[in-house]
Design a protein around this ligand. Sequence first.
Ligand code: ZN
Length: 489
Amino acid sequence: MKSQLKLYNSLTRRKKIFTPLHPPYVGMYVCGPTVYSEAHLGHARPAITFDLLYRYLLHLEYKVRYVRNITDVGHLENDADEGEDKIEKKARLEHLEPMEVVQKYLNSFLKNMQDLNTLHPSIEPRASGHIIEQIELIKEILEKGYAYEINGSVYFDVLKYSKKYNYGKLSGRVLEDLQASTRTLDGQNEKKNPFDFALWKKATPGHLMRWPSPWSVGFPGWHLECSAMSTKYLGDVFDIHGGGMDLLFPHHECEIAQSTAATGNEPVRYWVHNNMITIDGQKMARSLGNFITLDQLFTGDHPMLQQAYTPMTIRFFLLQAHYRSTIDFSNEALQAAEKGLQKLLKAIETLKKLKPSLTSTVDIKALWNNCHEAMDDDLNSPMLLSHLFDGVKYINSANDGSEKLTAADLESLKKLFNTFVFDILGLKDEASGGNEEKLADDLMKIIINLRQDAKNKKEWGISDKIRDELKNAGIILKDLKDGADWVKE
Ligand code: ZN
């Protein structure tokens, strides 16, 4: 499918034609995780893709209402209409309440998102907190005649819908092909057609997560929550909907059908889908033993990993590929990303120390233009990085005297790197700035040096006072042959 974001961004910047549908807010909805396991590499890609889009829209001075849902009910095994709820299954295995499973993995997901330096969405609604809205939406779809009730469950009538609307519009799938390829599994017999999908399911006796409804005590179908919550927070029609390519069909196709059936309007102006990550050329899957969680990546604790990789290395690695391309994960590729990031950050440090020349030999204005153009070109982050590395060349050449940068050039370059590297790409220097341990270490170095000065001058009163007061604060100084080290008590 051709992405429409290119059009969207070029309209945004070049012609100023684009206005948000509900000014002043650009409405952006992204399908979030089903929280039943540790966040893995596959979660990092949409998180960073839509963080990049969010950050860029903010940079363009849009107000954005960014909604990312949390799926905590109704997502059954194999994304099907029958089978165990993924969260309930985990609850059974771990001897936890389903909502304990949700909290546990939501906490770890949010921690990982913070590690990756993604900005918080404006709203993170949970499916289980919007059962009433989902029931209301089912009632509307039933009223319009695009759903049917059978044995306490409600299904969406795809055949009837497609007589008036285009089911398959987003994914390019044709109903006849779907009909031929959809298997009829046991228990699906109650549907009129195998490609119909559940809006409400009657709970079987053992099913734990259940709510009363006009049709039965049961639970909503997986696709329904996104239609209900996007409508609630962004309106019947909104600007941008994002998610992984794997959600395009059936999840997003079903979202369009549900919302269109209820309101008569197509809900989304621009769809944005990120592509998938492969590992050494293979799909990531638990059964292949190449399933790597983000915590394993950050600690290096996985048989496939040669070392630990920092969150910013992962972020830089993902930004090196366009979000619509597949990206292959390997130790070699990550080590190259690590080097690339270090080179970029080192140049930013060098830039701080450069002395201005009276004349200039480079065109910083053109560099600004190139960087903006790359982002306008459907968020072309690899192109943006290549322009930023042009900037790195300028800095390194100015440092060895082969190029000249004026004071104005230096200021402009500093602003450019701040804007594109830190604000828009969301990278940060993990070795400094915002790192509390590093700050504590730097402060302790200053104190240790002051104490050494006092000792050199034989001002024992001062050196003892420093030692004792640090001890009161829970810090033990250990005198070494050259200087001192410190530990917390
Ligand atoms: Zn969704």
